[in-house]
Structure formats: structure tokens, C-alpha cells
Write a protein that binds this ligand. Sequence first.
Ligand code: SF4
Ligand code: SF4
Length: 323
Amino acid sequence: MLTYGCDAGCFMCDLPQRAVRFKKQKRVEFDTAQMLKVVDEFVSIGTTGIGFMGGEPLLRKDFFEIIKYSDERGLPVSVFTNGHFLDRPTTKEFLKSGIQSVGISLDSVDAETHDRLRGSKGSFKRATDAIANLRALRESSFPHVALSVGMCVSETNLDEVIPMVELAEKVGVDQVYFEALHNYHNDYSPGGLERSYVARHKVSDAEKLDRVIDELLEIKRSNGIIGNSESYLKLLKRSLRGEELPIQCYAGYTTCFVDCFGSVFPCVTYMGLRRSIGNIQEKNLKEIWVSEEYRQLRGELSACRECFHSCNLETTVLFNRIP
Ligand code: SF4
Ligand code: SF4
């Protein structure tokens, strides 16, 4: 994670508020040298790919330097962004920096609804303009860069899931990804962290949910535009029904997450809940990765049923049979 800061204000996300709180506490996010060291530490544990997110990662002035360095270290780079800062010149620099894949958030096919959900007026226009810029420049000089949109699905936008597939085709991205919406309810009062939890959104009309996901599965079987696996789409149905994750999670083995203060988490949800396993300012990532504490945590994670985040589950489903 490059920064907690973000110019948007999505209703399900408290990262921008955390950034303000950290600033008041005079906590300083990692500088460029520290960030490049994080990249080195990922290389040292045999990482096969790195994803940069925020907050909004493009808010960092050294963003391109970090991407370029990761590329030079041999890590395929993915970036997840709200797309607000990808004007034409920035997009060119962005594509030149060595990026392999970029995902842009779109939560509605309707500009006003998207702006409301993202807490940012003009967000839809800026995101779709970014896609147009990425497409135009990619076609001329960077054909290897994968371009996708990602939608957080909840009751609010369930009717827009199929139209989002159509929008993805219209704007010309390679793939569209659907993700179950999660809310992080962090309680910062004394002892509050123990009471923190992740809430998943349950839709009220289960039959409609089934129809929508079944239609997605049909489209998936005939058309390459949907990036999620069939297994994840089936899990999405369960998530939005409010069911528990029905499979063992392998997040402890497949992912590792470091924030811009050096805190290490096994997955994005543990970051949301601030359950860190260590800090790379105290021990290097390799020591943390092979530590007894991490070994014990992997046992805890195997029994964890907290979330349906696709970043972990798409890998985890490869190790499980999905009922
Ligand atoms: S764009 Fe991302 S980081 Fe920013 S508020 Fe929304 S979910 Fe949070
Ligand atoms: S289910 Fe997996 S990815 Fe989700 S919080 Fe638990 S360990 Fe992390």
C-alpha cells in the first residue's frame, strides 16, 4: 500500500479518514528509499508479482519511480486506482513506467450513482476519461498492458451488474471484475480493535441475486470479458446472501501485504482490521515471513471465514473444491 490518503470518499472505506488521523498523530508515510526497500524485501521472499494500491496510489509524487524500480527488479506490476489522476500526459508516463496491468474502479453505469457511492463529484467522468486515455495510448505503444474495471457489488448496484458488463465492452477494457462489497467497522476507542469486524452486504432479494449471478456465469462461459473465475462468481452469490465463506482460506501462503508504515499483514482484510503480524522496520520481511508467529497465524487464517475478497480468494479457490 503506497498511501492511506485518497481524494475520494467511498462510503465503505475509512482509509482517507485514517490518513487524516495518522497525519494528526505526526506519523510519516514511508519515503521513496523506504518504499524501494519494501520492493526489495518482496523480491527476497520470492514474490512473483506485486500490486500497488492506496488510498489512491497516484497521489504519491514518487509513484512512477516505485513502479519503474519494481519492474527493473523483475516483478510484474499491477496498479489499482480510482482513475482520477490519469489525464493524457500522466497516462503516458504511467504506461511507460513498466506497468503490466491496471484496474479502475467503476461502481455504477450511471455517473451520478457512481459519484455518490465514491463520494466524489465528477469521479465517473474522470474514471471513464482515464480508460479512454489508457486505451488510446496503449493501442499506439503499450499493447501488453492489461486494462480492467472493477465493481464492488451490493444491494445498491445489483441491478447494474449486467449493464456493467455492457459498459466494459463499450469502453473497450479487456476485462471486468466483480467484488463483494465489504465494510470495515473500526472502533478506535480503547479496546475497540477487538470489537472491530468486517460486515458484508446482504442483498434482500436472493432470487434476483441468483438470476444476476447466473446470467454472469452464462456470459462468462461465452465471452472472455468477465475476469473472475466461475468459482469466485459462485462465492459472490454466497457472500451477498450473507453466508460464511465455505472454503479454507490460503491467504497466509499466497499473499502478503505491507502498508506505507511498514506494517505487515497477511491479507487486505487484516489490514482493514489493523491486525498486523510485524513491522519491517523492526525485522525484515523474510524474517517475519518464516517466523513462528507467521506459522501460527497461517493456522488461524486457515480457519478464517471473515471475507470474500477476490484478491485472496481467486488464488485460494485453486486449492479448494467449490461446493
Ligand atoms: S477510492 Fe479506494 S481508497 Fe479511495 S475512498 Fe474509495 S475505496 Fe477508499
Ligand atoms: S478469509 Fe482469508 S483473506 Fe479474508 S480475512 Fe480471513 S484470512 Fe484474510
